[in-house]
Design a protein around this ligand. Structure first.
Ligand code: HEC
Length: 158
């Protein structure tokens, strides 16, 4: 009789403990899942914040032209307004003019410039902008503004 009582008691305690364990497991699992998801989101945000590129490329605004598909209307114009005449010369003109490629008049070459200067600055601006002889319009950089080219001409003539 005592053995039976002990066995019953023992089974009750055992069932109680198993139930308790399962309850704790379920609760712990619920709590952990919520927290894991939240911190995962926070970690992802922090990581993409850390690995994002330093600068962004500005490719200009998209002009809304009638009949022009959006893809071809995207302007690749660079912000050239703030380039100095010297910078435009170095980036665009020097490739020909520094070494006299295609007989381009070199800066400081008085003999080459004398007849050109005689045409007047406005003629030189216009020829640099529209192209002359072997020189392509704007030295091949159609995206440059007229003022940037004029500034480069001024630098070239100095
Ligand atoms: C692809 C080579 C090339 C590039 C790039 C180039 N030039 Fe020239 N440039 C020439 C050549 C060649 C001539 C001579 C053309 C002629 O007289 O037939 C010339 C002539 C000129 C003249 C004299 C025009 C005249 O009326 O006689 C000016 C001013 C000038 N270039 C300015 C510039 C400026 C400013 C740039 C940069 C924005 C530039 N060039 C880029 C090749 C180039």
């Amino acid at each position: 009789m005592e053995d039976r009582q002990f066995t019953t008691m023992f089974m009750a305690v055992l069932v109680g403990l198993v139930g308790f364990t399962i309850a704790i497991l379920v609760i712990a699992n619920l709590l952990y899942k919520g927290d894991a998801m939240e911190s995962d989101m926070r970690v992802q945000k922090a990581v993409s914040e850390r690995v994002k590129p330093v600068g962004e490329v500005y490719i200009g605004s998209v002009p809304a032209k009638a009949g022009v598909p959006a893809a071809t209307a995207v302007s690749t114009q660079v912000a050239t307004a703030d380039l100095s005449g010297e910078q435009v010369y170095q980036q665009v003109c020097a490739s020909c003019h520094a070494a006299g490629v295609l007989n381009a008049p070199k800066p400081g070459d008085a003999a080459a410039w004398a007849p050109r200067l005689a045409k007047g600055n406005d003629a030189l601006y216009a020829n640099a902008i529209n192209g002359i002889g072997a020189m392509p319009a704007k030295g091949g950089r159609a995206d440059m503004s007229d003022d940037a080219i004029k500034a480069a001409v001024d630098y070239l003539l100095k």
